[in-house]
Design a protein around this ligand. Structure first.
Ligand code: G16
Length: 539
C-alpha cells in the first residue's frame, strides 16, 4: 500500500563535492533520508520505466536507509531497482552496473573516506545515466526541493530480504538482487593482463591490500587472492563492518597506518595498497616507498602501452587543479589532450563522454579511466600490478625512473580542520581579494607569475565553475587553497603545495616545501585567523 506522509524541511541538505554527507546522528533524524530522496524523485519527475542501481559501503545506517529508498522508489513509480546483495556495492562497481544496464542512475550510500558508525558520518551519492555523479545544476534544484518539501511517498510494507540473489516484486516495482562483485571482476579481466599478473604472483611476488574493513574486501579477495593467486592473507581488514572496526577508511599515510607501518618494516611485501570506504580511492606503496596520487596518475598515463585495454592509444588526461602538475609533462610528451578541472570527479564526466580524455586523477587519492565514470581504487591497484608485471621493476624503480625522465613535483597537502565556517569563508574571501596584487612580487625569493581564483569553463556544456585559489610562481611552484566539500561539520581549509625540480630528485618533500609553506601561511593569514600554527593532517 502506498502512503503519503507529511513532513517538514531540513535546511542542511545541500550536496557537497560528492553527494550529501552528514553526521550519522543528523541523518537518523525522522524523515531526513525520506525528505532528501523525495526531493531527488521530484526533480527527476516521471519515474515510470526508470531503473536505478542501489548499494552502499556497509557503514552504519546503510541497512535502514536502503529499505527506505527501496520502499520510496516503489511508491514513486520507479520500474526497477538493481541492488547489491546485502546492500553492498562499491562506488566504481555501481557506476559499471549503471552503464552496463543502461540504468537511469543510482544511489551509493556512503560518506566515502569519512569514518562510520553512529558517531561517524553517513552519505548518499547520486549518479545519473552517465554513471557519474550529477552536475551542480541538478544538485542545486534538489536542494531547492529539500527546502520546500511537504510530503513524501512510501510503500507501507515489510522490509525486503536483500540476501537472496534474484528477482522480487514490491508495489509493482521489480527488484533484482545481484552479486555486486561478478560484473566488476569481468570488467577488470577485460582491461588488464591477468595472465601476466598471475605469473608475477607465481614467481613469488608479494602484496598487501588493506580494505580497511570497508566495501572492497570481497572484491579484493576475489581478484587478488582467488583469481590472481596472491598468497592467502594478502588482503587484510576484508570484512565490511558498520563502523569499519574503528578504522578511518581514508587510504593515506596518516589513516592507513597499519599498512604504512607494515610497508615501512623489514617484513614489507613487494607492493602495498589500500582503498577507502566505498572503493573509489587508492593508495600505492612500494617497500618503504610511497607514491603520491599525483605521481601515480602521471606514471599510469606514461605507461598506458602495457595495458591491453589502452595499448592502442589514449585520448588525453585530466587532473583537478589542486593535483600536482606532474601529469601535465607526461601529456605534453605523448602529445595527448590535457585538462585541468575543479575538485570533484563529476567534472571529468563530460570530458570522458566526449572522448577528450581516457585517464583522470586527483591528489585526494583518486585515479580512474573512461571504463566507468567514477574513480576506481582496485583499477588503480591492478594498473600498477600490470606495469610491474610487464616491466619487472619495483614500485620504487618505476617511480624514480619516472622522475629521472620528467623531473619531480614535490607535493604535500596540509589540512586545517574544524575551522569555524564564518572564519574560513572570510579568510578565503579576503585572500581572493588580495591575490591579484601579488602578481610580479617576489616573496621569500619566489616570484609570483599569476594569482587568483581557479575558474573552469567546461568545453562540453559551457558551464563555468569557480573552485579554489591559486598562486603560481615563475619556477613552476604553486600554492592552491580550497575549502573541502566533503566534511560533515565545520570547515576544512586545504593548502596544497608544489615545487618542481629537474635535478634534485631524492629530497624530503617537507624540506623542499618549507619556504613555500611559509609563504602560504603568511599570505593567507591562516595562523592569525584560525589560531592554528600547524596543520591537523599532512598528506
Ligand atoms: C570526493 C570527490 C573527489 C574529490 C574529493 C575531495 O571524493 O569525488 O572528486 O577530490 O571528494 O573533496 P574535498 O577536497 O572537497 O574534501 P570521495 O572519495 O570523498 O567521494
Amino acid at each position: 500500500m502506498i502512503k503519503t506522509v507529511s513532513t517538514t524541511p531540513y535546511t542542511d541538505q545541500k550536496m557537497g563535492t560528492a553527494g550529501l554527507r552528514r553526521k550519522s546522528k543528523v541523518v537518523v533524524q525522522p524523515n531526513y533520508v525520506e525528505n532528501f530522496m523525495q526531493s531527488i524523485f521530484n526533480v527527476i519527475g516521471d519515474l515510470q520505466g526508470k531503473t536505478f542501481v542501489v548499494g552502499g559501503d556497509g557503514r552504519y545506517y546503510n541497512d535502514v536507509a536502503i529499505q527506505k529508498i527501496i520502499k520510496m522508489a516503489a511508491a514513486n513509480g520507479v520500474s526497477r531497482l538493481i541492488i547489491g546483495q546485502n546492500g553492498f556495492m562499491s562506488t566504481p562497481a555501481g557506476s559499471n552496473i549503471i552503464l552496463k544496464n543502461k540504468a537511469d542512475g543510482g544511489f551509493i550510500l556512503s560518506a566515502s573516506h569519512n569514518p562510520g558508525g553512529i558517531n561517524g558520518d553517513f552519505g548518499i551519492k547520486y549518479s545519473n545515466h552517465t554513471g557519474g555523479q550529477i552536475p551542480s545544476s541538478i544538485s542545486d534544484q534538489i536542494y531547492q526541493q529539500t527546502l520546500n518539501i511537504k510530503e513524501y511517498k512510501i510503500c507501507d510494507t515489510e522490509d525486503i530480504d536483500l540476501s537472496k540473489i534474484g528477482k522480487q516484486e514490491l508495489c509493482g516495482m521489480e527488484i533484482e538482487i545481484i552479486d555486486p562483485v561478478v560484473d566488476y571482476v569481468e570488467m577488470m579481466e577485460n582491461i588488464f593482463d591477468f595472465p601476466a599478473i598471475k605469473k608475477l604472483f607465481q614467481n613469488g611476488f608479494t602484496m598487501r591490500f588493506d580494505a580497511m574493513n570497508a566495501v572492497t574486501g570481497p572484491y579484493a579477495i576475489r581478484i587478488f587472492e582467488e583469481i590472481l593467486g596472491a598468497k592467502k592473507g594478502s588482503v587484510v581488514n576484508y570484512n565490511p563492518l558498520p563502523d569499519f572496526g574503528g578504522l578511518h577508511p581514508d587510504p593515506n599515510m596518516v589513516y592507513a597506518k597499519e599498512l604504512v607501518d607494515y610497508m615501512y618494516s623489514d617484513q614489507a611485501a613487494d607492493f602495498g595498497a589500500a582503498n577507502d570506504g566505498d572503493g573509489d580511492r587508492n593508495m600505492i606503496l612500494g617497500k618503504k616507498f610511497f607514491v603520491t596520487p599525483s605521481d601515480s596518475l602521471a606514471i599510469i598515463t606514461d605507461n598506458f602501452c602495457y595495458i591491453p585495454a589502452y595499448k592502442n592509444g589514449i585520448y588525453g588526461v585530466a587532473k583537478s587543479a589542486a593535483t600536482s602538475t606532474s601529469v601535465e609533462r607526461v601529456a605534453h610528451a605523448h602529445n595527448i589532450g590535457y585538462y585541468e578541472v575543479p575538485t570533484g570527479w563529476k567534472y571529468f564526466v563530460n570530458l570522458m563522454d566526449s572522448k577528450r580524455i581516457t585517464f583522470c586523477g586527483e591528489e585526494s587519492f583518486g585515479t580512474g579511466s573512461a571504463h566507468i565514470r567514477e574513480k576506481d581504487g582496485i583499477w588503480a591497484v591492478l594498473f600498477w600490478l600490470n606495469i610491474i608485471a610487464a616491466t619487472g621493476k619495483s614500485v620504487e624503480e618505476i617511480t624514480t625512473e619516472h622522475w629521472q625522465k620528467y623531473g619531480r613535483s614535490y607535493y604535500v597537502r596540509f589540512d586545517f580542520e574544524g575551522v569555524d565556517t564564518n572564519v574560513a569563508d572570510k579568510l578565503m574571501e579576503s585572500l581572493e581579494a588580495k591575490l591579484p596584487s601579488l602578481k610580479g612580487q617576489t616573496i621569500n625569493g619566489y616570484q609570483v607569475s599569476e594569482a587568483g581564483a581557479f575558474v573552469y569553463n567546461d568545453p562540453v556544456d559551457h558551464s563555468s565553475t569557480k573552485n579554489g585559489l591559486i598562486i603560481r610562481f615563475n619556477d613552476g611552484s604553486r600554492i592552491v587553497y580550497r575549502l573541502s566539500g566533503t566534511g560533515s561539520s565545520g570547515a576544512t581549509i586545504r593548502v596544497y603545495l608544489e615545487r618542481y625540480s629537474k635535478a634534485d630528485l631524492h629530497n624530503d618533500p617537507l624540506k623542499m616545501l618549507t619556504e613555500i609553506f611559509e609563504i602560504a601561511m603568511a599570505v593567507s593569514e591562516i595562523p592569525e585567523r584560525t589560531g592554528k600554527h600547524q596543520a591537523d593532517v599532512v598528506t
